[in-house]
Design a protein. Structure first.
Length: 565
């Protein structure tokens, strides 16, 4: 069989991933906080040549290990320091993930299931969206999933009753599991090992405490994980001492045990985010909780593994005090797996999709589509809501000229149309065809929204400030945001080492305040520019040598000249 013929579906998914994920990656500016934060760390690696120790404002940044920043920095060397390069690693991650899910799914069931699993991931709202972002989680989650999958392969290889075709020695799969676990730890920290070990523990409990892995083998897994992650952790400690690692560990413990500023939420926060954010796959997933028909033991076992992983991640991050939307994104793999299994089962048995599923998908699509239609309509007529708004900053944001044409309403209409078309086929018993129409349609509609609508929303929330930072980046000057948290002043202001904060520990709020106080009151040696929001109280307007340049869309822009000018 010719090579292209043999791998035609994998290549089709690669091409589909390129079409959906690559265009328009730079259409919108990076968003605070995480996108700009991570891109700035990568930019500072490129500028400083220091790739070993992550930095923010050219001071040590101990919140994350460096693997993702290395990927971004590599992309910046190729594509330049811009939004495309910052988001490119995740887009490539998505292009890899689609044929990977297809390949695994085909081995578990058949090519139809592999196709459905890949489309479930790409065609759902948040999973597809994150592949077009500059956050760490898509790469982090892929490494965890690969570790999880190869660990299961190890378990199945040792259990001959599973009858899953695996040619290698069990320790080979355990080696791969440890390798990818180490990559995950090197991407975002020890949370990767916590997720994996909790899932392994819950499976052990489900097995009624029967040992499915020997103690020496588990220690081997941990040793491989430590060896891979130790490439950086050990070298950093050896070269710079334990201080950086101590700060890193302290930060991660604090993040798990306390509520991060601006990131609180109710206990069921992540369940709501996952079920709404993974539309339309989440509708099928809910039905899949009760799926019980399996032809092979390994199929039933993987179903249990996937549900264990889903609930382990969901419960873990529901208990964590900081509620950040992408913390629960690891659930997307088991969720889309179960959702694909539901549709595949209907396809295999030539069943029509139950009306409750069809109408649930349609109602959610109508609500989301109406929101997409309302957005450009209100964008062209902001006075409809602006006069009644109590938030003065949001009210001023709406003064921005976002460039709505009105044609953007077609995106919402298209979502409703493709959803209706796909679910109509599902209702007629054409499960594979209907799901393909639904999921491909959603993927393309969400992509169109990313390119046509997200940049216009960004025009309201931050563009006035970013345009100012970009303009002043050409000057040898200090640039600082006062009174609100942002990393845009560093990234879009193209901060250079000579203009970094003169502090040993920038994370400390009191010292940060001292740095800002020096810029506003001290004997500065070059011009200082300040940006603040109109809803934040600062002392800038009270300082005699600080002058207001202008205000725009909710932001105030000031300058202070050095005394010798």
């Amino acid at each position: 069989m010719p090579l292209l013929q043999r791998y035609r579906l994998e290549l089709s998914l690669v091409l589909l991933g390129c079409v959906v994920l690559l265009p328009g990656l730079g259409a919108a500016n990076l968003f605070d906080w995480d996108e700009i934060n991570f891109a700035e760390i990568a930019r500072e690696m490129v500028v400083s040549g220091n790739y070993l120790q992550p930095q923010m404002r050219f001071l040590p940044f101990w919140e994350k290990p460096p693997l993702f920043f290395w990927l971004q920095a590599g992309a910046m060397h190729v594509a330049g320091i811009n939004e495309l390069a910052a988001r490119l690693p995740n887009a490539i991650c998505g292009i890899i993930t689609l044929p990977l899910l297809y390949r695994i799914g085909s081995r578990l069931y058949d090519t139809s299931f592999g196709w459905l699993w890949a489309l479930m991931y790409l065609g759902s709202l948040l999973p597809g969206l994150y592949f077009q972002s500059g956050i760490i989680d898509p790469v982090f989650n892929l490494f965890i999933f690969l570790s999880f999958w190869f660990f299961i392969n190890y378990v199945w290889k040792r259990d001959v009753s599973m009858d899953f075709q695996l040619r290698r020695h069990p320790l080979w799969y355990l080696l791969l599991a440890g390798f990818f676990a180490g990559c995950a730890v090197l991407t975002k920290g020890p949370a990767a090992l916590v997720i994996l070990c909790l899932a392994f523990f819950v499976y052990w409990v489900w097995k009624r405490f029967r040992m499915y892995i020997s103690v020496p083998h588990f220690l081997f897994f941990l040793a491989v994980t430590a060896s891979v992650s130790g490439v950086w952790y050990g070298l950093e400690t050896l070269l710079h001492g334990p201080w950086f690692m101590e700060q890193f560990i302290t930060y991660n413990i604090r993040l798990l045990s306390t509520e991060d500023a601006g990131h609180g939420g109710f206990p069921g926060y992540h369940l709501v985010v996952v079920l709404l954010g993974c539309f339309p796959a989440s509708v099928f997933f809910i039905k899949g909780w009760w799926h019980r028909q399996f032809d092979k033991r390994y199929q039933a076992d993987l179903f249990r593994w996937m549900l264990l992983l889903f609930w382990t991640v969901l419960i873990l991050f529901s208990l964590v005090q900081s509620k950040i939307i992408h913390y629960s994104s690891m659930t997307y793999y088991p969720l889309t797996y179960v959702a694909a299994l539901v549709v595949w089962s209907m396809h295999k048995h030539r069943q029509s999709t139950p009306g409750i599923i069809v109408w649930s998908v349609r109602v959610l699509a109508i609500l989301l589509g109406l929101a997409m239609i309302a957005l450009p309509v209100i964008g062209r007529n902001p006075e409809w809501i602006r006069d009644d708004m109590a938030d003065v900053f949001a009210k001023a944001n709406l003064l921005a000229d976002a460039g709505w044409t009105g044609l953007e309403v077609l995106v919402g209409i298209a979502l409703i149309a493709v959803t209706w078309w796909g679910t109509a086929a599902l209702r007629k018993g054409q499960a594979l065809q209907g799901a393909t129409i639904l999921l491909l349609g959603c993927a393309l509609v969400f992509k169109t929204a990313m390119v046509t609508m997200v940049p216009k929303v960004e025009a309201y929330t931050q563009r006035a400030a970013i345009d100012f930072f970009r303009e002043k980046s050409q000057e040898d000057a200090y640039i600082a945001a006062i009174g609100y948290k942002t990393y845009a002043d560093a990234y879009y202001g193209a901060l250079q080492p000579d203009n970094k904060p003169r502090l040993e520990d920038y994370s400390d709020k009191e010292q940060k305040s001292n740095w800002e106080s020096w810029l506003m009151h001290g004997d500065i040696d070059k011009i200082a520019y300040f940006v603040t929001r109109i809803d934040r109280t600062t002392e800038l307007e009270e300082l005699e040598d600080v002058s207001l340049l202008y205000s725009k869309n909710g932001f105030l822009f000031y300058q202070r000249l050095p005394k010798n000018k």
